[in-house]
Design a protein around this ligand. Structure first.
Ligand code: ADP
Length: 372
């Protein structure tokens, strides 16, 4: 299984790292982690050393010490390079790694193919994915407003920002700073407007997460799901990257996703992409809570006149065709954008507005489970 990839480096070789790791014992096989063949990926480059260890989930509790020991051992030979060791779950379920064979396998549902299905997270009642077929349709805006609307309604809500292409939730919720980890293991999430937040953008340097592939993403997502002290939550919303890629697959294979919301604009192209997203969730046995039409109509900020500049009713018609509920429609409104830019989503900054009411209405549908 050792598919170690070593990118050009003359002074630090794979052999040096392997011999540094010899004293680190894999609790499952009781041999060293190199001989145990649990090194799934090893990258050495100018940025540092990244090692991914594939773990038998039944030894998960012991593996944090193994991870820390491996990180320490590599650091001792890596000079000034930054060393990151990540754990990913060992599973017979399809891998999220991209590759010719994996592509096909990854469309199988672990729930359908009889393999152990994804787990729930203790303390978290429901996990809701917020997805979109393409970028820029307002998925993050919708996720932030739904999270705030749930918090306003007295629900305990978390928001996991997994949009590797543009982790924007800290900005939308007006949160800055990095999460603390007092014991070096558990990560304390941030909080804003009553929402508990963790963002993939806070685990990586700016722009770094975009380059992550299967095992790295899986490790990062698993860290955010299991190492972050979410506490008891009525709902954890996951702001996914646009499209149907590794993050979507990994999430659905790692934890039980109770439902997915797909955000689309009324334009045809966005709808086509939304359809692909719905197909993917269906293949992965993730229930579709419904579609949200964003930028549904334009409301002039000066005179209040309403115009359907992207067409009208497209998402409703599509929802009927696909036999999924239309959860609601959100207007294209300057105040929605400025509120997000200012770090206070419109449901908080203008709670009496029609847009805030539209978000709150959708929030109550997804929390009550009416759409299930
Ligand atoms: P995505 O997450 O789909 O890439 P964002 O939520 O980042 O999209 O939104 C893209 C841009 O559109 C942002 O500037 C956001 O403020 C703006 N936006 C999103 N929804 C609306 C809306 N309903 N009215 C006005 N602007 C919006």
């Amino acid at each position: 299984m050792d598919q170690s990839r070593v990118l050009s480096d003359v002074s630090l070789s794979r052999e040096i790292i392997h011999s540094a790791l010899k004293p680190v014992i894999d609790p499952a096989s009781r041999s060293d982690i190199v001989a145990a063949n649990i090194i799934d990926d090893l990258v050495i480059d100018d940025d540092g050393v990244r090692l991914v260890l594939t773990v038998d989930p039944s030894f998960a509790a012991e593996m944090e010490a193994v991870r820390a020991a491996a990180e320490k051992r590599i650091s001792a030979v890596a000079g000034r390079r930054k060393v990151t060791v990540i754990l990913t779950a060992h599973s017979d379920a399809p891998s999220a790694t991209t590759g010719p064979d994996d592509d096909e396998r990854s469309h199988e549902s672990p729930r359908e193919n009889g393999a152990a299905g994804p787990e729930t997270i203790p303390g978290i009642d429901r996990i809701i994915a917020v997805a979109s077929g393409k970028g820029g349709v307002g998925k993050s805006t919708v996720a932030a407003n739904l999270a705030c609307a749930l918090a306003l309604g007295g629900h305990r809500v978390g928001l996991l920002d997994a949009d590797v292409y543009g982790p924007s939730q800290p900005r939308m919720l007006g949160i800055s700073g990095r999460p603390a980890s007092p014991d070096g293991q558990m990560i304390l999430p941030l909080r804003g407007h009553g929402v508990t937040l963790m963002s993939i953008g806070l685990l990586a340097e700016e722009g770094e997460a975009v380059a992550w592939r299967g095992p790295m993403l899986m490790g990062a997502l698993q860290q955010m799901l299991s190492k972050v002290q979410w506490g008891a939550l009525d709902a954890l919303l996951v702001d996914l990257p646009p499209g149907t890629g590794d993050v979507q697959m990994t999430l659905a294979q790692t934890v039980r996703v109770d439902g997915a919301i797909v955000v689309s604009t009324p334009q045809d192209i966005a709808l086509l992409d939304a359809r692909k997203g719905i197909d993917m969730f269906r293949q992965m046995n993730v229930p579709i809570f419904g579609l949200i039409e964003n930028m549904s109509s334009h409301i002039c900020s000066k005179c209040g006149h309403e115009e359907h500049i992207f067409g009208h009713g497209g998402v409703k018609a599509e929802a009927e065709k696909l036999d999924v509920p239309l959860l609601g429609t959100i207007p294209l409104l300057m105040d929605i954008r400025t509120a997000s830019d200012d770090g206070t989503p419109i449901v908080i900054s203008m709670p009496e507005s029609a847009a805030a009411a539209a978000f709150s209405d959708i929030a109550s549908k997804i929390i009550k489970g009416e759409v299930k």
